[in-house]
Design a protein around this ligand. Structure first.
Ligand code: SF4
Length: 432
């Protein structure tokens, strides 16, 4: 029997959705199974498969799939484009999960820019760039729809300059008012405020939204799903993702398109040929911002990557943590230190990491303010090595001082990068 699919009731920012089906009910692919609560921020959830509802609990709706699945889906019934996007349950698919219909309900008066975040900022993840190469015309159609909805005067696709074939695919189809901005190959150039800074030369304050720069930032896959909702009446039921790391095919980085939401992670890895005999942990997301996950979890709208990391290496007895606002936070670094068998000697934060409403934000993402004092403080606290989550530029700075203090450096991304045979985040060689 096929694996049961699990649809989380809480996906993205806002209130949990309310079940619209009952146990034993038959559902079709594309059918709404949970509604966004009235007058609340949230999103509708649709079934990605046809099958039978097996269970509804506090967190999930569980559906047993039919043996044979059709590609067809129950079409959206709304007429107006913004209503279709809302009905489709689209949220920010780069990981933020903010309801897209709410974001696109803003109408610019005068100048307004749509910034398409195609940076695919995290290493390893590659599905956004490949989607761009596969479907440039559909992505441009999605951008045009968004420009129309928001009355934007221009759109800029922000993409790293080394993705030459994706840029070439887009360039051959670009209409007037849509242009490309080439980003440097550094982390976190895909941070929302970094995208605004790079494309518009405006540095927003940590508590400012892109609207303060007359801009809306939207992730590339989200644009593609907007096109599908408006032109094809398709609800958000499928997801692009990257599966990588310690697979049977060790070190592989594989991309999957239109994977049905709700699929169990173990089944996704099986499709990728299976996990290798030994691995450290399962990471949901990218190497910098991903979280430890279980093989029993289910694909959600915000799942962009699944990585089986390298086996944990033994750390020193005492380790110091250096926390970045745009990378692994203290809790995640502590989890890695624990898996390395190291006790935490001290915790320091990059001085550009500022707490805003309970969340760390960087005042100028990716531009290093200097890390020597922080590393010295960790040495003074008794650290025999440092475990850092810093951006590319700050990791470079740490590497210029920590070895001189005889402190080995570990990075939160090491497990993912080693598992994919990629160069570790250490000294920066090039920004292009
Ligand atoms: S400057 Fe500091 S807080 Fe900002 S991205 Fe780099 S390490 Fe993180």
């Amino acid at each position: 029997m096929a694996n049961v699919y699990g649809f989380a009731l809480k996906q993205g920012i806002g209130a949990p959705s309310e079940p619209a089906v009952t146990k034993t009910e038959r559902v079709e692919r594309g059918q709404v199974i949970a509604h966004c609560p009235e007058d609340k921020l949230g999103n509708n959830i649709h079934s990605s498969i046809s099958g039978t509802v097996k269970e509804i609990n506090e967190t999930h709706i569980m559906i047993e799939p039919d043996d044979v699945q059709k590609a067809e889906y129950v079409e959206l019934s709304s007429e107006a484009p913004l209503d279709r996007i809302r009905e489709a349950g689209i949220i920010g698919l780069g990981g933020a999960g903010f309801p897209t219909a709410v974001k696109l309900s803003h109408r610019f008066e005068g100048k307004g820019t749509i910034l398409i975040n195609a940076s695919e900022c995290e290493p390893v993840l590659s599905h956004n760039i490949e989607r761009t190469e596969k479907n440039p015309a559909e992505i441009i159609r999605g951008i045009e729809l968004i420009m129309e909805l928001t009355n934007a005067t221009e759109a800029i696709i922000a993409i790293k300059g080394h993705h030459e074939s994706a840029i070439a695919a887009l360039t051959s189809k670009l209409p007037e008012k849509i242009s490309i901005h080439k980003l440097p190959n550094i982390y976190p150039v895909g941070d929302e405020r970094a995208v605004v800074r790079e494309c518009l030369d405006i540095l927003l304050d940590v508590d400012q939204l892109p609207l303060a720069a007359d801009a809306i930032v939207i992730n590339l896959e989200t644009v593609f799903r907007v096109y599908q909702a408006v032109d094809l009446k398709k609800p958000l039921i499928d997801k692009d993702l990257t599966v990588a790391g310690k697979l049977v095919d060790s070190g592989a980085i594989k991309t999957y398109f239109d994977m049905p939401l709700g699929m169990k992670f173990s089944e996704v890895f099986d499709l990728a040929g299976g996990i290798g005999k030994e691995y450290g942990e399962i990471i949901e997301g990218g190497p910098f911002m991903g979280k430890r996950a279980s093989l029993d979890n289910y694909l959600q709208k915000t799942t962009g990557g699944l990585i089986a990391s390298e086996v944990f290496w033994n750390g020193p007895e005492k380790i110091g943590l250096l926390v970045c606002a745009c990378g692994a936070h203290k809790e995640r670094l502590s989890q890695i230190a624990d898996s390395m068998g190291s006790e935490i000697a001290g915790v320091e934060y990059c001085k550009q990491a500022i707490e805003v409403k309970g969340t760390l934000k960087c005042t100028n993402p990716g531009i290093c303010p200097g890390q020597v004092q922080k590393v010295m403080a960790l040495k003074k606290a008794g650290a025999e090595a440092v475990l850092i989550s810093n951006c590319t530029d700050c990791s470079n700075t740490v590497m210029s001082c920590a070895p001189k203090m005889k402190l080995p450096v570990y990075h939160a991304t090491d497990g993912s990068m080693r598992a994919c045979n990629l160069k570790l985040v250490r000294r920066m060689k090039s920004t292009t």
